[in-house]
Design a protein around this ligand. Sequence first.
Ligand code: MLT
Length: 264
Amino acid sequence: MKHHINGAELYIAEKGQGAPVILLHGFPLDHRMWQAQVEVLSGDYRVITPDLRGMGHSDVPDANISIEQYADDILTMMDKMDIQKAALGGFSMGGYVAFALLRKAPKRFTALLLANTRPEADGLEARKNRMNMASALYDKGASAARDAMLPKLLTEQTAKDQPGLVESLSAVMASMPAEGLVHASLAMAFRADSVDLLGAISVPTLVIAGEKDPIAPPDVMKKMADAIPGASFHAIPEASHLAPMEKPEAFNALLLEFLQGVTA
Ligand code: MLT
């Protein structure tokens, strides 16, 4: 359903009852990437999966966006939905937003999932690549992001074994508003470095990597987990970047066990 948040209509999916769990999607995706998690978690939790500003079914702004703006939207969303505190999960770009949320309002989160994400800011080369992506998005539409990302999201084996998954992912990515993806690319290019935040994270934290993730490689994620007090780290075998969709059973088992431990 759509909610009016900070001057924009944002789409927020919600399912189940119980302690709230907010899951933030990656680029160039939307809430649909969490479908397998929503199905399983909504038996015990109130699972909230927003489409970030400019992505999925949410409004595309005419002004530029920062990662902090996405985080402000989530905090306003929580106020509007009467959610004082929630468990928070972020996948890749959603992880960058989760870091911003922990900087802004650490007391509003009871637990943290970091999936296939990394704490460092972009270097100059990465920024330049984002600019090129923004330009390609204007030239070719959302398919520019789809074509660049699709080969990195799944292992070759998964792509071969699950043509249906490739097809549906491809359709979701091609349906994104191109200009919303431009905003997201630029927001990521100029995101803050979150390395210094890690030691200050005081909520129970689960870090999930894909063993074959080329975007947030497991060694980078292990180092991140080691810097977060008490965090647990798991690398899912035979998974690439999009571990929540590629290996939903392994992913969900880790997430459920974690949440049950936190809410017990
Ligand atoms: C994502 O999956 O959200 C993106 O790959 C993150 C990024 O490009 O840094």
